[in-house]
Design a protein around this ligand. Structure first.
Ligand code: PLP
Length: 425
């Protein structure tokens, strides 16, 4: 991870020259951008919330609609891309996106559902070791999920350890996270942090945290909703126990898209772990013998429950092909420069009504910058939106801006800077 603070030019000329030299610039044309707004061309910087639609998605979904019309039930076996093994077509590309082996990933369900399914297996509290560590200000769904797991196992909310930044700081220091793990280690059953916090944009040092947790005998999982397709993840090498993420943010698979899970290879045959079973997690050879005895598949596939939604898989397949073509490390390299450019523009704007709370170190963030607005002046966000920028407001006082390297340009970022400047003047 790089920690250098390079300086960037913040001119339009620099933006144009950077776009001209960008080896990934052709991918912009692979996506639909939302329609013009108030007659202004959209500057779309909310790919962290809903990624844009790949133009190929329509044909991929249409193919499955056609096969449904033409073949009906036979499409499970005889479609161009047979439905029975369809989820397997995305396993390898998804594994490449998160730095996993194919046996470690599968796509299924939605994100919060998957967090629960994985906690059924990986949150195994005992009387002495039952606590769960999360970050304060975690995405609410994660907080609800974790708290309800505590309750489900009969523990009170004192079982929740919420990591908070130091006074007057906006983000967590790795040393403080490690320190909290060491101090509470023997009482912690599970550490479950975001890979990137949705609010601050802070990327956690997943390897260091995983090592610290394992030293104390804790299970370590990550919610990679804001990390998958954004950071260059190495979930296998970092020894993470499990992870879950959605596919509609940086992974561009469409609203409510089918989500992904990671279960480390060392748990691939941990059949003694409790799990909530369903037929899609059952051994493929004997699934259709319809026998009464559940025999889980090895690896992440063994956590599947139901047969998956094919149209969603089709859209995801279209999207992951683009990731394979672009390459996650190339995307990350551009991302650091694109976000660095945005950061520089914000410094240039130089208005003390706004401040960036996302870490300055590129190694501690993805593409998103979170702009804290003094006095939670929400009208600033409304003005920005009225001028054609897609950026979102998150309570209590942050505007999130995420230039996505696959389809955003340096000129998009420049235009956002101009819009912000004019809204502040
Ligand atoms: C987006 C997001 C969610 C959303 O959960 P769904 O189950 O997909 O509705 C949950 N957690 C985090 C950290 C997120 O970023």
């Amino acid at each position: 991870m790089s920690s250098s603070q390079e300086k960037y030019d913040s001119s339009l000329e620099f933006a144009k020259a950077s776009d001209a030299a960008d080896t990934l610039r052709k991918f912009r044309a692979s996506f639909y951008f939302p329609e013009a707004f108030n007659n202004l061309e959209a500057v779309y910087l909310t790919g962290n919330s809903l990624g844009l639609m790949p133009k190929t998605a329509r044909a991929y979904v249409d193919q499955e609609l056609d096969d449904w019309a033409r073949l009906a039930v036979e499409a499970h076996m005889n479609a161009k891309h047979p439905w029975l093994p369809y989820h397997e077509f995305v396993t390898e590309p998804m594994a490449r996106v998160v730095g996993a082996k194919p046996i470690e990933t599968v796509v299924m369900n939605s994100l919060t559902v998957n967090l629960h399914m994985l906690m059924v297996s990986f949150y195994r509290p005992t009387k002495g070791r039952y606590k769960i560590v999360i970050e304060r200000g975690a995405f609410p769904s994660d907080h609800y999920a974790v708290e309800s797991q505590l309750k489900f196992h009969g523990f009170a909310s004192d079982g929740l350890i919420e990591l908070a930044p130091r006074a007057a700081e906006a983000t967590l220091r790795t040393e403080d996270i490690v320190d909290a793990i060491e101090r509470n280690g023997q009482s912690i059953a599970l550490i479950l942090l975001g890979g990137v916090n949705y609010y601050t944009g802070q990327a956690f040092d997943m390897k260091t945290i995983t090592d610290a947790g394992h030293k104390q005998g804790c299970v370590v999982g990550f919610d990679c909703a804001h990390a998958a397709g954004n950071l260059e993840l190495k979930l296998h090498d970092w020894n993470v126990d499990f992870a879950a993420w959605c596919s509609y943010k940086y992974l561009n698979a469409g609203p409510g898209a089918i989500a992904g899970i990671f279960v480390h290879e060392r748990h691939a045959r941990s059949f003694e772990l409790p799990r909530l079973a369903g037929w899609w997690g059952h051994d493929k050879e004997t699934r259709f013998l319809m026998g009464p005895e559940f025999k889980p598949l090895a690896g992440a596939e063994g956590w599947q429950i139901s047969n998956p939604p094919i149209f969603q898989l089709a859209a995801l397949r279209a999207s992951l092909e683009i990731f394979d073509e672009a390459g996650i490390s190339n995307l990350r390299e551009k991302s650091e420069r694109l976000t660095g450019f945005l950061e520089n523009l914000l410094i240039d704007v130089g208005d003390d009504r706004i401040s960036v709370i996302t870490p300055r170190d590129p190694g501690e963030r993805g593409c998103q910058l979170s702009i804290r607005v003094r006095n939670a002046e929400r009208s600033l966000h409304e003005k920005i939106v009225a001028r054609g920028a897609y950026a979102d407001w998150r309570e209590p006082d942050v505007i999130r801006v995420a230039p996505v390297p696959l389809y955003n340009s340096f000129e998009d970022v420049f235009r956002f800077g101009e819009i912000l400047r004019s809204c502040l003047s």
